[in-house]
Design a protein around this ligand. Structure first.
Ligand code: ZN
Length: 219
Protein backbone atom coordinates (compact mmCIF):
# COMPACT_ATOMS: atom_id res chain seq x y z
CA UNK A 1 0.00 0.00 0.00
CA UNK A 2 1.59 3.27 -1.09
CA UNK A 3 1.73 6.18 1.32
CA UNK A 4 -0.78 8.91 0.57
CA UNK A 5 0.77 11.54 2.79
CA UNK A 6 4.01 13.48 2.37
CA UNK A 7 7.07 11.77 3.87
CA UNK A 8 8.51 13.00 7.15
CA UNK A 9 11.48 14.41 5.22
CA UNK A 10 9.20 16.37 2.94
CA UNK A 11 7.20 17.80 5.86
CA UNK A 12 10.41 18.70 7.73
CA UNK A 13 11.82 20.41 4.66
CA UNK A 14 8.54 22.29 4.39
CA UNK A 15 8.67 23.34 8.05
CA UNK A 16 12.25 24.51 7.51
CA UNK A 17 11.14 26.56 4.51
CA UNK A 18 13.59 24.83 2.20
CA UNK A 19 11.27 23.47 -0.51
CA UNK A 20 11.07 24.99 -3.98
CA UNK A 21 7.94 27.10 -4.32
CA UNK A 22 5.84 24.70 -6.46
CA UNK A 23 6.50 21.81 -4.06
CA UNK A 24 5.81 24.05 -1.06
CA UNK A 25 2.48 24.97 -2.68
CA UNK A 26 1.53 21.30 -2.99
CA UNK A 27 2.42 20.66 0.65
CA UNK A 28 0.68 23.82 1.92
CA UNK A 29 -2.46 22.84 0.00
CA UNK A 30 -2.28 19.30 1.38
CA UNK A 31 -1.88 20.72 4.91
CA UNK A 32 -5.04 22.78 4.49
CA UNK A 33 -6.91 19.49 4.01
CA UNK A 34 -5.02 17.02 6.23
CA UNK A 35 -5.01 17.56 10.03
CA UNK A 36 -2.45 14.77 10.65
CA UNK A 37 0.17 16.36 8.43
CA UNK A 38 -0.67 19.76 9.92
CA UNK A 39 0.06 18.45 13.40
CA UNK A 40 3.35 16.95 12.25
CA UNK A 41 4.48 20.23 10.66
CA UNK A 42 3.48 22.19 13.76
CA UNK A 43 5.70 19.87 15.81
CA UNK A 44 8.65 20.24 13.45
CA UNK A 45 8.23 24.01 13.50
CA UNK A 46 8.12 24.05 17.30
CA UNK A 47 11.17 21.78 17.58
CA UNK A 48 13.04 23.89 15.03
CA UNK A 49 12.24 27.07 16.96
CA UNK A 50 13.16 25.54 20.29
CA UNK A 51 16.46 24.23 18.93
CA UNK A 52 17.33 27.63 17.53
CA UNK A 53 16.67 29.21 20.90
CA UNK A 54 18.96 26.68 22.53
CA UNK A 55 21.87 27.70 20.30
CA UNK A 56 23.30 30.25 22.70
CA UNK A 57 26.80 30.48 24.09
CA UNK A 58 25.70 29.52 27.59
CA UNK A 59 26.32 26.24 29.30
CA UNK A 60 23.25 24.04 29.17
CA UNK A 61 21.90 23.06 32.54
CA UNK A 62 20.99 19.48 33.18
CA UNK A 63 17.38 20.41 32.70
CA UNK A 64 17.80 21.83 29.17
CA UNK A 65 15.97 18.97 27.56
CA UNK A 66 13.15 19.13 30.07
CA UNK A 67 12.84 22.87 29.48
CA UNK A 68 12.77 22.37 25.74
CA UNK A 69 10.09 19.73 26.02
CA UNK A 70 8.07 21.94 28.36
CA UNK A 71 8.28 24.74 25.86
CA UNK A 72 7.02 22.44 23.11
CA UNK A 73 3.98 21.72 25.22
CA UNK A 74 3.30 25.42 25.70
CA UNK A 75 3.83 26.59 22.18
CA UNK A 76 0.81 26.96 20.04
CA UNK A 77 1.67 26.49 16.42
CA UNK A 78 1.15 29.58 14.38
CA UNK A 79 2.50 30.33 10.98
CA UNK A 80 1.39 28.26 8.09
CA UNK A 81 -0.24 25.47 10.02
CA UNK A 82 -2.59 28.01 11.56
CA UNK A 83 -3.24 29.70 8.27
CA UNK A 84 -3.80 26.37 6.58
CA UNK A 85 -6.34 25.45 9.22
CA UNK A 86 -8.33 28.57 8.50
CA UNK A 87 -8.07 27.89 4.80
CA UNK A 88 -10.78 25.33 4.32
CA UNK A 89 -13.99 27.16 3.56
CA UNK A 90 -17.06 26.01 1.71
CA UNK A 91 -16.89 22.55 0.22
CA UNK A 92 -16.51 23.78 -3.34
CA UNK A 93 -13.76 26.24 -2.46
CA UNK A 94 -10.14 25.55 -3.16
CA UNK A 95 -7.84 25.40 -0.13
CA UNK A 96 -6.51 28.88 0.67
CA UNK A 97 -2.84 28.35 -0.29
CA UNK A 98 -3.87 27.29 -3.79
CA UNK A 99 -6.54 29.97 -4.04
CA UNK A 100 -3.82 32.55 -3.54
CA UNK A 101 -2.28 31.33 -6.80
CA UNK A 102 -5.29 30.61 -8.98
CA UNK A 103 -8.05 32.82 -7.62
CA UNK A 104 -11.63 31.84 -6.88
CA UNK A 105 -12.90 31.02 -10.33
CA UNK A 106 -11.54 27.85 -11.88
CA UNK A 107 -13.40 28.72 -15.07
CA UNK A 108 -11.08 31.67 -15.60
CA UNK A 109 -7.99 29.50 -15.81
CA UNK A 110 -6.40 28.85 -19.20
CA UNK A 111 -7.75 25.29 -19.56
CA UNK A 112 -6.29 23.33 -22.42
CA UNK A 113 -7.72 20.07 -23.71
CA UNK A 114 -5.08 17.35 -23.60
CA UNK A 115 -7.38 14.60 -24.84
CA UNK A 116 -11.00 13.69 -24.50
CA UNK A 117 -11.96 14.00 -20.83
CA UNK A 118 -8.64 15.45 -19.70
CA UNK A 119 -7.83 19.14 -19.40
CA UNK A 120 -4.94 20.95 -17.83
CA UNK A 121 -4.31 24.52 -16.74
CA UNK A 122 -0.72 25.57 -16.32
CA UNK A 123 0.11 27.60 -13.19
CA UNK A 124 2.71 30.29 -13.67
CA UNK A 125 4.84 29.92 -10.57
CA UNK A 126 8.06 30.69 -12.33
CA UNK A 127 10.44 28.29 -10.59
CA UNK A 128 12.83 27.06 -13.30
CA UNK A 129 12.65 23.33 -13.97
CA UNK A 130 9.19 22.80 -12.48
CA UNK A 131 5.84 22.43 -14.17
CA UNK A 132 2.79 23.08 -12.05
CA UNK A 133 -0.70 22.53 -13.31
CA UNK A 134 -4.24 21.70 -12.40
CA UNK A 135 -5.69 18.61 -14.02
CA UNK A 136 -9.38 18.08 -14.59
CA UNK A 137 -10.20 14.46 -15.36
CA UNK A 138 -13.77 13.53 -16.27
CA UNK A 139 -15.32 10.62 -14.35
CA UNK A 140 -14.03 7.27 -15.54
CA UNK A 141 -11.35 8.77 -17.79
CA UNK A 142 -7.78 7.48 -17.60
CA UNK A 143 -4.70 9.64 -17.96
CA UNK A 144 -2.43 8.04 -20.58
CA UNK A 145 -0.10 5.47 -19.06
CA UNK A 146 3.25 7.06 -18.31
CA UNK A 147 6.39 7.02 -16.27
CA UNK A 148 8.46 9.95 -15.01
CA UNK A 149 11.94 11.17 -15.71
CA UNK A 150 11.94 13.02 -12.42
CA UNK A 151 9.49 13.44 -9.58
CA UNK A 152 5.76 13.94 -9.79
CA UNK A 153 3.57 15.12 -6.93
CA UNK A 154 -0.16 14.78 -7.47
CA UNK A 155 -2.58 16.12 -4.87
CA UNK A 156 -6.28 15.33 -5.18
CA UNK A 157 -8.53 18.35 -4.62
CA UNK A 158 -11.88 16.93 -5.71
CA UNK A 159 -13.10 13.49 -6.65
CA UNK A 160 -10.66 10.59 -6.63
CA UNK A 161 -8.45 8.52 -8.90
CA UNK A 162 -7.07 5.03 -8.78
CA UNK A 163 -4.03 3.35 -10.17
CA UNK A 164 -2.28 0.07 -9.43
CA UNK A 165 -1.00 1.48 -6.10
CA UNK A 166 -4.47 2.24 -4.75
CA UNK A 167 -7.14 4.90 -4.43
CA UNK A 168 -6.37 8.57 -3.93
CA UNK A 169 -9.16 10.77 -2.56
CA UNK A 170 -9.38 14.41 -1.51
CA UNK A 171 -6.21 15.49 0.31
CA UNK A 172 -4.24 12.41 -0.71
CA UNK A 173 -0.83 12.97 -2.23
CA UNK A 174 0.78 10.62 -4.71
CA UNK A 175 4.54 10.80 -5.07
CA UNK A 176 5.82 9.14 -8.23
CA UNK A 177 9.24 8.92 -9.85
CA UNK A 178 11.06 7.00 -12.55
CA UNK A 179 10.30 3.71 -10.78
CA UNK A 180 6.54 4.24 -11.19
CA UNK A 181 4.76 3.46 -14.43
CA UNK A 182 1.07 4.09 -13.97
CA UNK A 183 -2.24 4.98 -15.47
CA UNK A 184 -4.36 7.03 -13.06
CA UNK A 185 -8.09 6.67 -13.76
CA UNK A 186 -10.67 9.06 -12.32
CA UNK A 187 -13.43 7.40 -10.34
CA UNK A 188 -16.86 7.46 -11.82
CA UNK A 189 -19.37 9.91 -10.40
CA UNK A 190 -17.33 13.06 -9.97
CA UNK A 191 -14.78 15.01 -11.99
CA UNK A 192 -11.35 14.59 -10.44
CA UNK A 193 -9.42 17.81 -9.87
CA UNK A 194 -5.72 17.49 -9.06
CA UNK A 195 -2.77 19.76 -8.48
CA UNK A 196 0.28 18.21 -10.13
CA UNK A 197 3.89 19.32 -9.98
CA UNK A 198 6.67 17.67 -11.97
CA UNK A 199 10.36 18.48 -12.17
CA UNK A 200 10.95 16.68 -15.47
CA UNK A 201 8.79 15.64 -18.43
CA UNK A 202 6.51 12.65 -18.18
CA UNK A 203 7.22 9.85 -20.57
CA UNK A 204 4.20 8.06 -21.98
CA UNK A 205 4.62 4.30 -21.97
CA UNK A 206 1.33 2.59 -22.85
CA UNK A 207 0.67 1.29 -26.37
CA UNK A 208 -1.33 4.39 -27.20
CA UNK A 209 1.01 6.61 -25.22
CA UNK A 210 4.02 5.68 -27.29
CA UNK A 211 2.13 6.81 -30.33
CA UNK A 212 0.78 9.95 -28.64
CA UNK A 213 4.07 11.11 -27.18
CA UNK A 214 5.07 13.41 -30.04
CA UNK A 215 1.63 15.02 -30.10
CA UNK A 216 0.62 15.65 -26.54
CA UNK A 217 2.77 17.18 -23.96
CA UNK A 218 1.62 16.31 -20.48
CA UNK A 219 4.03 18.52 -18.65
ZN1 ZN B 1 2.39 10.06 -13.05
Amino acid sequence: MASKRPSEELLMAYAAGSLPEPVALVIATHLAICPDSRRAVAEYEAIGGALLEEIEPVPLGGDALAKTLARLEEETPHGLAGRAQAGRGAADELPAPLRDYVGDDLGKLPWRRVMRGLEEAELEIGTPGYHSRLLRIQPGVGVPQHTHEGGELTLVLRGAFRDASGRYGVGDLQIADASVDHQPVAETGETCLCLAVTDAPLRLTGPIGRWLNPFIHLT
